[in-house]
Design a protein around this ligand. Sequence first.
Ligand SMILES: [Zn+2]
Length: 59
Amino acid sequence: MKREALCCFCGRTVPAEAEGLTVLEHKICSFCERQLVKTSVEEDLYLVFKEKVKKIWFR
Ligand SMILES: [Zn+2]
């Protein structure tokens, strides 16, 4: 059976076994993973991502 997960950033459906970050069962698709890495220098976007990650971690 194929399991699917939702990317917690963009809501895209990703195969559960696909490459990508998983934060507490929340999948982050490879696209958003790249965005995360890329935005680490662009503070505004990085902060947005950080807030989202925070929400996941402290839920
Ligand atoms: Zn995504």
